[in-house]
Design a protein around this ligand. Sequence first.
Ligand SMILES: C[C@@](CO)(OP(=O)(O)O)[C@H](O)COP(=O)(O)OP(=O)(O)OC[C@H]1O[C@@H](n2ccc(N)nc2=O)[C@H](O)[C@@H]1O
Ligand SMILES: Nc1ncnc2c1ncn2[C@@H]1O[C@H](COP(=O)(O)OP(=O)(O)O)[C@@H](O)[C@H]1O
Length: 310
Amino acid sequence: MTRTVRAKAPAKVNLQLAVGAPEPDGYHPLVTVFQALDLWETVEATPRTDGQIRLTVDVAAGAPVDASGVPLDGTNLAWRAAELLARTFGITDGVDLHLIKGVPVAGGMAGGSADAAAALVACAEAWDTGATRGELLTLARRLGADVPFSLHGHTAVGLGRGDDLMPAMTHGEFHWVLATQRDGLSTPSVFAEYDRRIEAREQARSELEIDREVMTALMAGDPVALGSALTNDLEGPALALMPRLGELLDAADAAEACGAIVSGSGPTVAALARSRQHALAMAAHLRASRLADAVVTASGPASGTVLIQD
Ligand SMILES: C[C@@](CO)(OP(=O)(O)O)[C@H](O)COP(=O)(O)OP(=O)(O)OC[C@H]1O[C@@H](n2ccc(N)nc2=O)[C@H](O)[C@@H]1O
Ligand SMILES: Nc1ncnc2c1ncn2[C@@H]1O[C@H](COP(=O)(O)OP(=O)(O)O)[C@@H](O)[C@H]1O
């Protein structure tokens, strides 16, 4: 009897994103601190005996997601993850993949990477590959820079392309408000804008170091200290491509956010609150500003990719 296996993977926000000059292959060396948030992508995998992969997409109830830009073919990251896993483990079965999206598309929150991580975990189980977590992590790195963190979750430092992970110590829960836009920003175009800026200045950031203030604030569980330590080298480029995000950052400031930042390559704005209650008040303020298409609250750190048991 065929059975359906479900896995869920978290969204992320970058608490620090320091970007170096591009390498010859176009990729940029990063020092980043990721935090997983409790907004989830769910992937359902049902084996097929004909060797084919098929993919369908839904939106989770109430999620701020316009899924019209999600590819339904072999370019979808979840599809690529299933293909890579099958090739690696000599699997001849196919799979029906059903994605239930809870993370904005092209929002700088790694929704596609979460789908890839969840597809790896769900298909590994559905096909009974016996793959270890370490083997899945190796495949995740081949799928994209953010995919290993989607698998790992919690809070972690990312080096190299962002895919060389070290767990970070944290204390307690952090409460976030996420202001999303219907129009996404493409990650390569934000990195390209970053490159134009460093060419104009004729130099990139000279040192790439883990921000001690971020690490100390995480260990202390101190949202005020963490809020003032948030940094993102891609924020300037994202603002240049979508200037209205500047008004959202100002609105978060006016709502007394501990700190607010463009998440990764944007355009989601992530604002850190003092408490869950403050997050709800800030969300109401940002909704009333009408500067975002949707505003949701989330908490971190959330777990990495896990199987959902029925
Ligand atoms: C910027 C970040 C920050 O966490 O995330 P998002 O904000 O997009 O979610 C990541 O570095 C994005 O990771 P991800 O989206 O997985 O990247 P990939 O699919 O591997 O690469 C997409 C494109 O991003 C650029 N890229 C990505 C990672 C990196 N270290 N240097 C790069 O220059 C390249 O132009 C690459 O072609
Ligand atoms: N499973 C997927 N979900 C969303 N987008 C996907 C997926 N697979 C491929 N894509 C493509 O990747 C782009 C970036 O997607 P996403 O991961 O949501 O954003 P970001 O890289 O900003 O975190 C999308 O615009 C889409 O073209």
